[in-house]
Design a protein around this ligand. Structure first.
Ligand SMILES: Nc1ncnc2c1ncn2[C@@H]1O[C@H](COP(=O)(O)OP(=O)(O)OP(=O)(O)O)[C@@H](O)[C@H]1O
Ligand SMILES: CC(=O)C(=O)O
Ligand SMILES: [K+]
Ligand SMILES: [Mg+2]
Length: 578
C-alpha cells in the first residue's frame, strides 16, 4: 500500500512528542521536523519521493560526513523471507509460536518441518528426558539455523519444585473409583502396591490436617484426608477420576488453597545443573518454573551476568497463587512471562484463568515485557487431527488480547499431529490479527511511561508516535535499527498494523526479539552511519524483489554518539521506495 496519492495528512500533528512527563533538565531538547525544504513545517500530501524526518535529541546533531559504506549485509531467515514473498507485508503473522520439543518431533527432519511451519522458539522441558537428549536437540536446532538459514531460538524450561506423583503403581494412567481409600506416602516402594501413591517430596503432608481436600491435577480427581499416619496420608476418593504420570497434588481447606510452595526452593540443585547446561549450550531463554517472587528471578539474572551469560533472557512462569499476588514486581524483574495455565489451574479455580490471563497480558504490555500464553491451546490435537471449536476460540482470544506468543506443549512434544497443530495456531492467529486490523480495534494503549532517564523517555515516546504515524499513513512496514532491541520492543508494545523489521548487530538481540509480537529480527553489520545502514538494508530487500516502487516504510533509528555525531538522537523517517 503506497502512500502516494494517499490520505492528506498534517504531518506536524502526528509528530507531537508528549514531553509532559519528561524531566526537561536540558533546555535544548526539542523536536525538529525536516521536510523537503529543511526547517519548514511540512503540511500536505505525502507523495512518492517525499521524505519527512522527525528528530528528537538533546540538540540538533551534526550529520555524519563520513559516509562509510555498509560493512556487511544481512540475511533474511528463510521462513520470514518466504512469508513476506507469499503474503506481502501486511500478511505477515505477528503472533510468535513456541513449540515444546519431545519424542514426537526431535529428529532433524521433524525440527526442520516445525521451523518451516513457523516455529520461532523451541522449548525444552527439563522435567523430561536426559541432558544428552536435550543437548542433541539443541545442537540440531543450531545446525539448522546455521546451515539451512532458519532463525529458531532455544528455551529451556526448568523442572522447578512442585509436589507431584512419582509412582502410582502403573506406567500410564490409573483409574480412581469413588469411595476407594489410598495411601499417599513419600516412601519409595517396589513393584506394585495397590492403592498406594508415592509423592516426590517428603514434606508433602506438612501442615495438612484430617478433613482437608486433596485435588489431583486441578480436578482430575478429589480425595478427603481421613487419617494422618506420621507423614503419610490416608485419603478417600470423593470425586472419581484418573491418576496420570507426574500428577500434581494440591490441598484445599474451606475452599482455599493450602499454600505450601514456600517450603521448596524455586530453583533446585537439579535446576541449577540444568541452567549450567543451558549456559554451556548457548540457549536464548530460560523459563523459570514456579516463580514465587521477584527475588528469585533477580537472583538468576545476576547469576547469569556473573557467568557472562547476560544475553540469556529469563522468563518467569506464572503458575502459582503467590506469583499472581506479586505479579507486577515479577514482570518488572524478568525479561518476559509465560502464563503456564496448566499448573496455574492446579492453584486457582479454573474459571478464574481467563480473567487472570487477560490481566497478566495487560500488565506485561504496560511494562513492555513479552508474554507467552501456554498449555492446552490445542490439547485435543495430541490425539485428533482437528481442533475443537472451543480450542480455536481460545487461541483467537489470546491473539485478540495481543499476547506476544502462543505455545504448544504435548501437542508437539508427544502428539500425533504436531505440525498440523502448529498450522492451526498460525492460521487462527493470522485470521484474528487481520480481523483486529479490519475492525480497527487497535486503540493506542493508555500507556504508562516506563522510561526514567531522558533518553529512555525519548525512545519510548518516539516509538509510541512512530506507531501512530505508521498506522495513520498505512505504511507497508516499520524498520527499526536497534542494538539491544529496546526500540523494537517499544514499537511491538504498541501492536502496530505493519510488520516491524528489526535490524540489529547483536545476535543475542536477534534471538531475543524472536519472541516479540510482530517483530522480524534481522542480523546485520550496522555502521555508525545510519543513513548508510538504512539505504543498504532497503537495497537488499529491494534486490530480492520483496519491495517495489511506491511501497512505503517508516524508519525508526537510534543514532549513537560518535566522534562525527557527538549527540545521540532518535529519528522517525517515512520513506517511499523509488
Ligand atoms: N523431552 C521430552 N521427553 C519426553 N516427553 C516429553 C518431553 N517433553 C514433553 N514431553 C511430554 O509432553 C507432555 C507435555 O509437555 P509439557 O512439557 O508441556 O508438560 P507440562 O507438564 O505442561 O509442563 P511443566 O512441567 O513445565 O508444567 C508431558 O506430559 C510429557 O509427557
Ligand atoms: C507450561 C507449564 O509449565 C504449565 O502450563 O504448567
Ligand atoms: K517445566
Ligand atoms: Mg508448569
Amino acid at each position: 500500500m503506497a502512500v502516494s496519492g494517499g490520505p492528506s495528512v498534517t504531518m506536524s500533528r502526528h509528530f507531537v512528542v508528549d514531553t509532559q512527563n519528561v524531566n526537561l533538565e536540558n533546555p535544548i531538547f526539542g523536536v525538529r521536523i525536516v521536510g523537503p525544504s529543511s526547517g519548514r513545517k511540512l503540511k500536505g500530501k505525502v507523495g512518492t519521493g517525499v521524505r519527512a524526518v522527525v528528530q528528537v535529541g538533546f540538540e540538533e546533531s551534526k550529520r555524519s560526513r563520513n559516509l562509510k559504506g555498509l560493512e556487511g549485509t544481512f540475511k533474511f531467515d528463510v521462513v520470514s523471507e518466504r512469508e513476506l514473498r507469499e503474503k506481502g507485508f501486511l500478511g505477515m503473522t505477528k503472533t510468535k509460536l513456541v513449540c515444546t520439543i519431545g519424542p514426537a518431533c526431535c529428529s532433524s527432519e521433524d525440527l526442520e518441518k516445525l521451523a518451516l511451519g513457523g516455529m520461532n522458539v523451541a522449548r525444552l522441558n527439563m522435567c523430561h528426558n536426559t541432558r544428552e537428549w536435550h543437548r542433541d536437540v539443541i545442537r540440531k536446532i543450531k545446525r539448522l539455523n546455521e546451515e539451512n538459514g532458519f532463525c529458531v531460538s532455544v528455551m529451556i524450561d526448568t523442572e522447578g519444585s512442585q509436589i507431584h506423583v512419582v509412582d502410582h503403581g502403573a506406567p500410564s494412567s490409573v483409574k480412581i473409583e469413588e469411595g476407594s481409600v489410598w495411601l499417599f506416602t513419600a516412601e519409595k516402594f517396589d513393584g506394585s502396591r495397590p492403592f498406594t501413591v508415592q509423592a516426590n517430596y517428603e514434606g508433602f503432608s506438612e501442615g495438612i490436617k484430617v478433613g482437608d481436600e486433596l485435588v489431583i491435577d486441578g480436578g482430575m480427581a478429589c480425595f478427603e484426608v481421613i487419617e494422618k499416619i506420621g507423614s503419610d496420608l490416608r485419603c478417600k476418593c470423593t470425586d472419581p477420576g484418573l491418576f496420570l504420570p507426574r500428577a500434581k497434588l494440591s490441598f484445599w481447606r474451606d475452599g482455599k488453597l493450602v499454600e505450601r510452595n514456600n517450603e521448596l526452593p524455586t530453583l533446585s540443585t537439579k535446576d541449577w545443573a540444568d541452567i549450567e547446561f543451558g549456559i554451556s549450550e548457548g540457549v536464548d531463554f530460560i523459563a523459570m518454573s514456579f516463580v514465587n517472587d521477584a527475588d528469585s528471578v533477580g537472583h538468576l539474572k545476576n547469576y547469569l551476568s556473573t557467568k557472562s551469560a547476560k544475553s540469556i533472557r529469563v522468563l518467569a512462569k506464572i503458575e502459582s497463587l503467590e506469583s499472581l499476588q506479586k505479579l507486577e514486581e515479577i514482570v518488572e524483574t524478568s525479561d518476559g512471562i509465560m502464563i503456564a495455565r496448566g499448573d496455574l489451574g492446579v492453584e486457582i479455580p479454573l474459571e478464574q484463568i481467563p480473567a487472570v490471563q487477560e490481566e497478566i497480558i495487560y500488565v506485561c504490555r504496560q511494562l513492555n515485557k513479552p508474554v507467552i500464553v501456554a498449555s492446552q491451546l490445542l490439547e485435543s490435537m495430541v490425539e485428533y487431527p482437528t481442533p475443537t471449536r472451543a480450542e480455536v476460540a481460545d487461541i483467537s482470544e489470546a491473539v485478540r488480547q495481543y499476547a506476544d506468543a502462543l505455545m504448544l506443549s504435548g501437542e508437539s512434544a508427544i502428539g500425533l499431529h504436531g505440525l498440523k497443530a502448529l498450522a492451526v495456531l498460525q492460521m487462527a492467529s493470522s485470521r484474528m490479527e487481520s480481523w483486529s486490523r479490519e475492525e480497527s480495534q487497535q486503540q493506542l494503549l493508555k500507556q504508562r511511561q516506563l522510561g526514567v532517564s531522558l533518553p529512555d523517555c525519548i525512545a519510548e515516546q518516539i516509538c509510541n508516535s512512530a506507531v501512530e504515524i505508521a498506522n495513520n499513513l498505512a505504511v507497508d512496514a516499520i524498520f527499526v535499527y536497534t542494538k539491544h532491541g529496546h526500540m523494537a520492543s517499544f514499537l511491538s508494545r504498541n501492536r502496530p498494523n505493519p510488520p516491524i523489521f528489526a535490524f540489529t548487530g547483536e545476535e543475542s538481540t536477534q534471538m531475543a526479539l524472536n519472541l516479540q509480537w510482530g517483530v522480524t529480527p534481522l542480523l546485520v553489520d550496522l555502521t555508525d552511519n545510519m543513513e548508510a545502514n538504512i539505504s543498504a538494508t532497503v537495497d537488499v530487500i529491494k534486490s530480492k524483489g520483496l519491495m517495489k516502487k511506491g511501497d512505503s516504510v517508516l524508519v525508526v533509528s537510534d543514532v549513537i554518539p560518535t566522534r562525527d555525531t557527538p549527540m545521540a538522537f532518535q529519528a522517525i523517517q517515512v520513506k517511499t521506495i523509488h
